[in-house]
Design a protein around this ligand. Structure first.
Ligand code: CA2
Length: 150
């Protein structure tokens, strides 16, 4: 089983700016934790981060036939991107949406996600742990679908 973890704009700054909102843990630290979890669960994992909407769309398209599930934190594109939504929806790859902060406890504009109703589910507000919960959920989805050997 192969799972791709995708991060959108500005998430490369984690641990380097605004630690009061997003914490002191870097994206590299989070990815190391995910690698450890993937080893424990005996699945493969790759990572992709981009600040560019089109690159994120392309990566989702390129994931078809390679990855059985996606974990995505679309960053601010969560609240703006019909293109990302359409990419997830049209590829049909089971996707778990993850957010570090609780998007429902912040500004009103963060309360709407263009991704949530094309994702299998959403995990929001658990800090870096959101990624690990989302990863476990993604593995569970693939296992339940019986497609882990493809
Ligand atoms: O809580 C999340 O994971 C978000 O997806 C993070 C996005 C925000 O626009 C979403 O509403 C919720 C922002 C990511 C920005 O990351 C930064 C990290 C460090 C310093 C500055 C920005």
């Amino acid at each position: 089983m192969k799972i791709l973890v995708i991060n959108g704009p500005n998430l490369n700054l984690l641990g380097k700016r605004e630690p009061d909102i997003y914490g002191a843990v870097t994206l590299d630290d989070i990815n190391k934790r995910i690698i450890a979890l993937a080893a424990e669960l005996n699945v493969e994992v790759d990572f992709f981060q981009s600040n560019h909407e089109g690159e994120l769309v392309q990566q989702i398209q390129d994931a078809m036939g390679i990855y059985q599930a996606l974990v995505i934190n679309p960053g601010a594109y969560t609240h703006t991107s019909v293109a990302l939504r359409d990419a997830i929806s049209s590829t049909g790859i089971p996707t778990v949406e993850a957010h570090i902060s609780n998007i429902y406890k912040r500004e009103e504009f963060r309360r709407h996600s263009f991704i949530s109703d094309v994702a299998a589910g959403q995990i929001t507000g658990f800090g870096p742990e959101s990624y690990l919960l989302a990863f476990r959920a993604a593995v569970g989805l693939v296992t339940a679908s019986g497609k882990s050997e493809r």
